[in-house]
Write a protein that binds this ligand. Sequence first.
Ligand code: SF4
Length: 650
Amino acid sequence: MGQTLTEKILDDHLVEGELETGEEIGIEIDQVLTQDTTGTMVWLQFEAMGLDEVQTEIAAQYCDHQTYQFDFKNTDDHRFLRSAAGKYGAYFSRPGNGICHNVHRENFAAPGKTLLGSDSHTPTPGGLGELAIGAGGIDVTVAMGGAPYYIEMPEVVNVRLEGELPEWATAKDVILELLRRLTVKGGVGKILEYTGPGVESLTAPERMTITNMGTELGATSSIFPTDEQTEDYLERLNRGDEYERLQPDDDAEYDDEIVVDLSDLEPLIAQPSMPDKVVPVREVAGQSVEQVIVGSCTNGGYEDVLPAAKMLEGREVNSTTEMIVAPGSKQASEMLAREGWVAEMMAAGVNFSEATCGACIGIGHVPSSDSVSLRTFNRNFEGRSGIEDDNVFLCSPEVAAAAAIKGEIIDPRDLADEEDGLEAPGIELPDEYDGSKTDLITPEEAPDDELVKGPNIGDVPLKDQLDADIAGEALLKMEDNITTDHIIPATQDILMYRSNIDKLSEFTLSRVDDTFAERAREADGGVLVAGENYGQGSSREHAAMCPMYLGIEAVLAQSFARIHRANLFNFGIVPLTIDEDTYADIDQGDEVEIVDDVYDAVTSGQEEFTVRVNGEEYTATLDASERERAILAAGGKLSWTKEQAQSDEG
Ligand code: SF4
């Protein structure tokens, strides 16, 4: 039987296990990336493990999430990150140089490589045939130290593309269509592999818009085969020698198949406040729009901003609307500036911003209360924009620019009927990506060789070995689809404490209940109860680290998002799955007791646990590999890795 492209790359990197769906496999990692919100802990853990030097082919530290400087904290963190990159041998991308995924794809992403990143949108370079996976920071730390990355072999789903996109439909509409059909849980436990005759009509940047947002489906990764489009893109990046043709075998067998006929697509939009609330733009047309933003790691490339700029040429942003353009990389900004497009957009009324995540996590350009904001981003979780009563829609740059011109949501095809000379801009790649690279510092050029820690850099929290007894109050009962933004918000006022867990933990779950942290401290621990898909969203390990720091010992949920589930193991919190009836029977404030000796049960491979609530007994399940159980028993991955190192030495 032939192999899928996913299997071929995994086979090339396999160090442990077999490629059987659901089996745990260990793979060698070629490249790692980390960004500033997750990076400080990555390097503090690297130091705590006593590691000397990066062992992967490429390690890159980006500063993109918190680039604005309000006081010393962010700058302290950036200085620490630069010093860690210098000391241990990673590339360092300075604040303002761009979003990790954009800068990584421009400089390092390559066909056939494996990439592990402490950011949930790490799968972006799947559009270039790289197998890229998002993970918690400590998993990245360990991989950077040269150890394999362990994962349950996902199902491989064939997403067969047919036809070609019609005018005004874009790559964003392809992934929005998949979200409409499959929902934010539809990709869990799966790698989406794109095939079919429609693939060749999509340029590499368009493919990367699709793979970037596979994360919103909950997918482990998304990948395209490589072909002339991939080679063409790499050549324009002056990296043509890194091209390698990679295709699945003709007789490859997939676990499932989804067919998307590109020629059936039309401009789509995700309504507030979930990326899968997708409808045709025409269904919500006419709503007035106060803010439009083009940017982010999904649609912030040169090729994404250019269509919006072309639509604005000779036109004006409506006086009722503010339009912001924040390219994904400084290289894109620089090229658009050299070609005169920045001036053209500014003349049309655009507010041109620096290359940063910024507004995507509520840092800057917060919308006004109860107003409509159209963004080309990948997420519109409630409150992520920086205010609770936000109404954020997700769409393509073309739909965003049309709304900016009209001042209301409008299908760009309808705007073209109204506006003389407005034509579909299509996609255009530059002859050469020729921005300067001064803000990407190579390990050889690194100015530091010692760690520099300012007062904002705290210690890595450690947990003791897993307890035999777990009992305590159900401190919080939550609904379905709780995001890591709910657990630890990524807004500026909170995330500036990312390197100081004692302070950061005060904000744990404050978006759900602002008394939570105080109650958890007073109770000296307890358990959390949640519905389906608990912990979806970012890879932020703080969302497990802070509850652990507050003494949370177990989370009882109907299901867990993949990266967050791994983070719970990594920080010694027991993730137990419960059914719908058990969920319904537990109330916030109930005393919850795990009847079994938890340490013994975890280490002996027991799957079913008895949970006593108000005198009633229920069954909860721990579905975990031997390695995950060992990590949990040790009190988390840092303790476990140290134990491993000691036993290897002994
Ligand atoms: Fe940055 Fe937003 Fe992309 Fe995350 S999703 S990397 S915050 S632009």
